[in-house]
Design a protein around this ligand. Structure first.
Ligand SMILES: C[S@@+](CC[C@H](N)C(=O)[O-])C[C@H]1O[C@@H](n2cnc3c(N)ncnc32)[C@H](O)[C@@H]1O
Length: 187
């Protein structure tokens, strides 16, 4: 039996939903693990856009993609995801994924923030195609605090159910603020 580590589980849901040749967005590039998955899923015809505000993230991701010979599938952008609408037009992406928090192994004080995360989610929900999805892995507690998680969940609860189906998952019996994977499907 396979254990349900959050990243593995989150990746398996994403993989089950996407098809080769699509347009995918990693809104929080970090060390590039999600970008790598999306590049694999995109295939030769697909395209991945990845955003981060730290040069270190772009460097780490470029190194990772290069080690797998997949650099040509991704556009690595040094800009905040709140500016996503400068790069992608409405209804143009099949999937947008967010993995909030700070760069693993990097400066923990540079992390996603409620205000910019919400702006990016709002814009992203217009950018995903009908039939597309958004995935969010939300962290809380510790240095991250609770504001970002609380404000995102408050916002998602009010999304019109005819257009967006929001599925929020929780590790029900795990202590110490476990991550919360959320999937949003656009009708
Ligand atoms: C938890 S990490 C992402 C992990 C990553 N997906 C991976 O596979 O390694 C969160 C990343 O979000 C980035 N970030 C923070 N604010 C951002 C913003 N406004 N726009 C884009 N990225 C941001 C951080 O620099 C950090 O690298």
């Amino acid at each position: 039996m396979r254990q349900s580590q959050v990243t593995e589980w989150y990746h398996s849901i994403i993989s089950s939903q996407v098809e080769e040749g699509g347009t995918y967005v990693d809104a929080t590039m970090g060390n590039g693990q999600d970008t790598l998955l999306l590049c694999r899923l995109a295939g030769k015809q697909g395209k991945v856009w990845a955003f981060d505000i730290q040069k270190q993230a772009l460097q780490n991701t470029e190194n990772l993609l290069s080690a797998h010979g997949l650099c040509d599938r991704a556009e690595l952008i040094l800009d905040g995801h709140e500016n996503i609408d400068r790069y992608l037009s409405p209804e143009s992406a099949d999937l947008i994924c967010f993995n909030f928090g700070y760069l693993p192994g990097g400066d923990h004080t540079i992390a996603t923030r409620a205000e910019t995360s919400l702006a990016a989610i709002r814009k992203g929900l217009e950018i995903i195609k009908h039939g597309g999805m958004m995935s969010l892995c939300i962290y809380s507690g510790g240095e991250t605090g609770f504001e970002e998680k609380d404000r995102i969940l408050e916002y998602l609860k009010e999304l019109p159910p005819r257009e967006y189906t929001v599925i929020a998952n929780e590790y029900y019996n795990r202590r110490n603020c476990p991550p919360m994977p959320v999937f949003i499907f656009r009708s």
